[in-house]
Design a protein. Structure first.
Length: 317
């Protein structure tokens, strides 16, 4: 009985043409060829490209990022605002973004997204960017279906999208046993395929936290282990705190605060009023014997952190 071998593209997509160039090679030989090409010795490791960031410590490139929260906090507002800011060449956390095509895949609430996009346009006084594309088919594309993922990757490449938002993970994995690492594995592989289709861009997965929000995002720990960065959203009464909970590529920055401002039939997510980018350039207020440190997280609660110092030096936050 002949050996049943997977296609090269299923094992190592980067050398998927090896079979066409040298069809006489066995699967074992093709595997050796792929592994040899991906082996680095000593200083050769430095030939690999370094981690790139859209926004330092918050949004890595060539990555899969999950943003999650309990229902009603504002995770879709967060994802939509980021998508529109990137597509329009706007700002995020004090960093001006280079305008790029964005694909927003809506698994639910397309009408609400329409109202929120209109509010963003009215709030900023400018039209919706042509680089922003909303894909809202019914039923939603399923990350468990190879054909749907293949078609989605085709759409990403055709639009040249550098950001792909999948809103929400639950609506695009219907019937999936989320707590099963076995069931989650193929989905994670498909998320990697979508990431590769962005050619160095970013996939943002909108997800839910579990019943106990303090335990992080819902589902299998395999999902948490596979994504490059997770952002947790918490808040109430229109105040939202964003916090990096897990990052493979950098340190965890200080939390950032946002506000949902009602506008028309919807609302607009405002940028942080005291972002880490701006805070880095603000000197601490120094008096003769005391340092007053205005820290956003405590300032939101009407507090000041006061520190006694023995010597006076110029200090930057």
């Amino acid at each position: 009985m002949s050996e049943t071998r997977p296609l090269p593209s299923q094992v190592f997509p980067e050398v998927a043409t090896v079979e066409e160039v040298a069809p006489e090679l066995t699967y074992s030989e093709r595997l050796d060829m792929a592994w040899n090409a991906a082996t680095y010795r000593g200083a050769e490791v430095l030939d690999l490209p370094p981690q790139r960031w859209l926004v330092q410590d918050w949004l890595p490139l060539d990555a899969v990022v999950a943003v999650y929260s309990p229902p009603g906090v504002g995770k879709s507002f967060y994802a939509l605002t980021l998508a529109l800011e990137w597509a329009s060449g706007g700002w995020w956390l004090g960093t001006q973004l280079e305008a790029a095509p964005v694909l927003y895949v809506a698994g639910e609430r397309a009408t609400q997204l329409r109202d929120r996009a209109e509010a963003w346009s009215n709030g900023h006084g400018k039209p919706l960017p042509d680089r922003w594309t909303l894909l809202a088919p019914r039923p939603a594309p399923q990350l468990t279906e190879p054909l749907a993922v293949s078609k989605l990757c085709e759409r990403v490449r055709a639009t040249g999208s550098k950001l792909v938002v999948l809103d929400t993970y639950a609506m695009m994995t219907l019937g999936l046993e989320e707590n099963s690492s076995k069931d989650t594995g193929p989905v994670l592989e498909n998320l990697s395929k979508i990431r590769e289709a962005t050619e160095g861009g970013l996939v943002l997965v909108v997800h839910h936290s579990g019943k106990d929000s303090s335990r992080g995002l819902r589902g299998s720990s395999a999902f948490l282990g596979a994504v490059d960065l997770t952002i947790s959203l918490e808040g109430s009464e229109g105040q939202i705190r964003a916090r990096v909970e897990k990052s493979n590529a950098g340190s965890s920055p200080m939390p950032e605060w946002y506000k949902l401002e009602p506008l028309g039939e919807s609302a607009v997510l405002t940028s942080p009023t005291f972002s880490a980018r701006w805070r880095a350039s603000l000197p601490i207020l120094i008096t003769r014997d005391w340092i007053l440190w205005l820290k956003m997280e405590t300032l939101m609660r009407g507090c000041l952190l006061v520190y006694k110092v023995q010597t006076l030096t110029e200090i930057q936050l």
